[in-house]
Design a protein around this ligand. Structure first.
Ligand code: NAP
Length: 248
């Protein structure tokens, strides 16, 4: 993997250089990580793996290694078969090498508290980010199984409140792994600091897009204009970092 912008480097960036290329300054941040095709599609047959590449998996691992917590919509956690991150996994090993605790908590966002008791994520250190309207019995059952249940909002999840609650627990640097509904809500709430898009050289078509509707809040300019900060490349795949102006 090589760096094209801002300062060309490579051609074989090692893991330490890659981690440095993605490290955030200390403090709170929400970065969003997606792999997309050239036409903005985010999945092939319902999963992102069809757009993946060795470089994408490597950047995905680095972003997990640098994060305090992964934030993910329940739809993505279910579609992609999310499980706990720790043990002897490549991410845990990379985290240990970077001086981080090997286990990485996953925070599942679900208005309806859809995480099923018995699911392999339904245990510590998983967090559930939900709202007061979610079934109280389900919330209690998940809490009893060791899940940290964060009630953030009444009828819907309030993402700024959720990020405050995570930061209060020392989970300040958040990597959001989608999906599109969660991305749109985070953009509408103005809480996204960075978009890390892997652009795969593929044309896919279909309805599953990065955004299925305008991201602005009511009455606002709906076009968000991120600023390019970095481009890496490997095998024709582009790995970009874009900064967004925070509105909250
Ligand atoms: N290419 C990529 O990098 C990438 C990344 C992520 C996902 N994907 C793809 O995207 C697809 C999944 O999409 P999806 O539409 O199901 O996306 P999603 O945003 O992961 O999940 C939607 C569900 O998550 C919960 N949720 C999301 N945002 C919420 C919010 N602001 N407040 C409360 N709850 C919220 C809700 O769960 P409840 O219904 O339980 O309330 C909602 O039904 C999969 O095919 C996956 O492969 C691709």
């Amino acid at each position: 993997m090589r760096r094209l912008f801002p300062a060309p480097a490579g051609p074989d960036l090692d893991d330490d250089v890659l981690a440095a290329a993605y490290r955030l300054p200390p403090g709170r941040a929400l970065r969003v990580d997606f792999v997309v095709s050239l036409d903005g599609s985010i999945s092939v047959d319902g999963r992102s793996a069809g757009l993946g590449s060795p470089g994408d998996r490597r950047v995905f691992r680095v972003l997990r290694a640098l994060a305090d917590v992964v934030l993910v919509g329940h739809g993505t956690a279910a579609a992609e078969g999310y499980g706990p991150v720790g043990g002897d996994s490549p991410v845990a090993r990379l985290r240990a090498r970077l001086g981080r605790p090997p286990a990485l908590p996953i925070a599942v966002v679900s208005r309806r508290a859809s995480l099923a008791p018995g699911d392999r994520l339904a245990a510590a250190p998983t967090l559930l980010v939900t709202c007061a309207a979610a079934d109280a019995g389900r919330r209690a059952e998940l809490a009893g199984a060791g899940v940290t249940v964060l009630v953030c909002g009444d009828d819907d999840v309030d993402l700024p409140t959720a990020l405050d609650a995570l930061a209060d627990r020392g989970l300040a640097q958040v990597t959001c792994e989608g999906g599109p509904q969660l991305l749109r809500a985070a953009l509408a709430a103005g809480v996204v600091d960075e978009l890390d898009l892997t652009i795969a050289p593929a044309l896919v078509g279909g309805a599953a897009r990065l955004l299925d509707a305008a991201p602005g809040g009511p009455g606002e300019d709906t076009v968000v204009r991120p600023e390019l900060r970095q481009v890496l490349e490997e095998d024709g795949v582009l790995f970009t970092r874009y900064a967004l102006p925070r509105r909250t």
